[in-house]
Design a binder for this molecule. Structure first.
Ligand code: UT7
Length: 326
């Protein structure tokens, strides 16, 4: 459980995102594997996704999203003293993509590191950065979710290659001592490694010495997803004395529209309060929530003072939620 001291809160002061230039439609995929637009839309809600091209990597997308978030906050890169980058698809095994973003932004102070919790990565990164900021050790954090899952997909496996996309999103969190009530109010993180075989990558430096490909028993993941994310959302509601009725926006991980709708339905969150980008972006893993947040802020739906719930579930399994007074 995470309940911050009332005197310091991590307040969202800027949001940014970056998508690769190339858009790939379901029809494009149907020309490559035995699938159809109808199957993909019915089962997932996905219509298009962006796929990174040559020169576009996790750190270049992350850097662009970060620059936009810093600009939206009216800050300079030198104002940032903490970068937490959630990714499962770093440019290299090491160093951390976060340090490449740090260098690209010209930041030479503070600390930058990657965090790996697959699709839950952004929620884990928000919770982690919040703990740094509320402890008083750091002042302004860039929290980034950035992925190039296209580089770990088996493009001959129709059960996975139609589901994912690439992209990056970032928020700037600032430690504030005001009593506006804004900020990260609570977060809950969970994991259970017994579920490894349901969603994993079949390669790695210490096993195959290759990058490997994503493997998923989609039906098995689906079976656990709704229960897991609604459990941690309920925990966060209980931690903060709030309920689903208090939410202004529900910004879930964008893996599958059916999982999103079933989770909202279970907690009584109306469809009109859900920010959905899965149809445009596909599942971008750790990038999906900040991409959705950036979409909701850019189109004027998410406004300061509103109550926003984020949640995700993914490989590990990992799962988590965070409640933010925007
Ligand atoms: O982000 C991290 C967590 N990941 C997720 O949340 C993903 C969770 N899982 C899902 O979203 C869904 O399980 C999928 C979208 C992956 C699959 O939907 P489903 O309703 O669970 O379908 P299924 O796996 O049960 O497959 C149904 C049928 C199968 O054929 P049979 O065995 O019934 O004859 C598949 O072979 O659909 C077939 N199929 C396809 N058909 C056309 C699987 N992939 C495709 C495809 N195009 N791309």
């Amino acid at each position: 459980m995470t309940l911050q001291t009332p005197n310091i809160r991590s307040v969202v002061v800027g949001v940014g995102s970056c998508l690769p230039e190339r858009k790939v439609s379901n029809a494009d995929l149907a020309a490559m594997v035995d699938t159809s637009d109808e199957w993909i839309v019915q089962r997932t809600g996905i219509r298009t996704r962006h796929i990174a091209g040559p020169g576009e990597t996790t750190s270049t997308l992350a850097t662009r999203a970060a620059e936009r978030a810093i600009a939206a906050a009216g800050l300079q890169p030198s104002d940032i003293d903490l970068i937490v980058l959630a990714t499962s698809t770093p440019d290299y095994t090491f160093p951390a993509a976060a340090t490449q973003v740090q260098a690209a932004l010209g930041i030479t102070h503070g600390v930058a590191f990657d965090l790996q919790a697959v699709c839950s990565g952004f929620v884990f990164a928000v919770s982690t950065a919040d703990k740094f900021l509320t402890s008083g050790s750091h002042k302004r954090a860039l929290v980034i979710g950035a992925e190039t899952f296209s580089r770990i997909l088996d493009w001959e496996d129709r059960t996975t290659c139609v589901l994912f996309g690439d992209g990056a999103g970032a928020i700037v969190l600032e430690a504030r001592g005001d009593d506006s009530g804004r900020g990260v109010l609570a977060s809950r993180l969970r994991s259970d490694g017994r579920h490894r075989a349901k969603l994993y990558v079949d390669g790695g430096p210490s096993t195959t010495q290759t990058v490997g490909h994503l493997r998923m028993s989609g039906r098995e993941v689906f079976k656990h997803a709704v229960g897991m994310v609604t459990d941690v959302m309920t925990d966060v509601f209980n931690d903060t004395g709030t309920s689903a009725a208090d939410l202004d926006w529900f910004v879930p991980h964008q893996a599958n529209e059916r999982i999103i709708d079933a989770s909202a339905d279970k907690l009584g969150i109306p469809l009109s309060k859900i920010i959905k980008t899965v149809s445009m972006h596909g599942n971008t893993s750790a990038a999906s929530i900040p991409l959705a947040l950036a979409t909701g802020v850019a189109d004027g739906r998410i406004k300061p003072g509103q109550l926003v719930m984020i949640e995700a579930m993914g490989g590990g399994f990992t799962w988590g939620s965070a409640l933010i007074r925007w």
